[in-house]
Design a protein around this ligand. Sequence first.
Ligand code: SF4
Length: 400
Amino acid sequence: MTIALNLDHATALRPSAQRATSLVGLLKPEIAAALQNIGLDEREARMRAKQIWNWIYVNGVTDFERMTNIQKGFRQTLAEKFILDRPEIVSEQVSSDGTRKWLFRFRDPQNPRLPPVEIETVYIPEEDRGTLCVSSQVGCTLTCSFCHTGTQMLVRNLTAGEILGQVLMARERLGDFPGGARPDDGGLVPGGESRAITNVVMMGMGEPLYNFDNVKQALLIASDETGISLSKRRITLSTSGVVPFIEPAGREIGVMLAISLHAVRDDLRDMLVPINKKYPLKDLLQACRDYPGLSNARRITFEYVMLKDINDSDADARELVRLLAGIPAKINLIPFNPWPGTNYDCSSSERIERFADIVNKAGYASPVRTTRGRDIYAACGQLKSETERLSKKDREALSA
Ligand code: SF4
């Protein structure tokens, strides 16, 4: 059963008619600098920045008026100068298996006259965890041939505030902030966990390493222990293989790494994941071997979508094992999730089992990912929005 919720405007935050600086997505020193710019001295700016940070990320506040440890007069000044931006919820769908998908809408931070953009974010509740799959771009420049997002041209990168806005809005909808109410559709909160969202994966729309600075800033904020406080071991960044940014991702962000591998030969990977033409398997796997902090406790996840008669033979499985030799790795086998217009089919379950068996016998954990949210097109590789890139002429006209 699929339930589509129509949200009224009380739950969807108003887009600001007039842009002011949003404090969501700024690091604490940046909030302090913004406060100094409106006249606070350095000491007070630092102190107020900490308070505001706590209201935004610990308490989930979206209105300066609720910041009760800040004087009323100054709360008004803050409301005149700044905003606490969150996305508007266009739709929220709940799958029969409890997976939840939101279509979020953002205004352009630089130019409110430009049409808003829309992206999808997915929440997957499981027995022992609740995972939020977050988008980093509107559309994608890459055209992985098995991926629905890849059919949507890149419109723009999301800002750090927009990446975090997905986490904040999802936490609010799932009752993760103090005093918040859990949705009443059951099966949502994993057993024993006090939070609905225990893990974040950058596996939604877009290639996160092509939006490195914003993704880095958002993940550093999400993992800051004085705020949302997600352990870096519970955050996974998934890349199709942007080799030059893999080492910086480990060194500067320090989260878990996942690679969208999907093929074990360059000729096939050139077709499935075309960025392979630029960064072939040899370079990609070397970047994985060099990933900072790699160990048996911090393994790289290799994602492998199972495509019937394309990449699912015994020889492919054996070559996969050979390629990954020496890399602390986990292999995620993903049954292909069809989308309108695709030419691929999913491998049979017997074939997937046989493939998993070869990989398992070689000593790799190779769980077959259970397909979640297929009835609401929330499954892996199915995300897409209607937002289209404006022509240069239209952009210039709206920016004038
Ligand atoms: S798999 Fe990732 S990188 Fe490839 S087209 Fe889809 S969203 Fe883009």
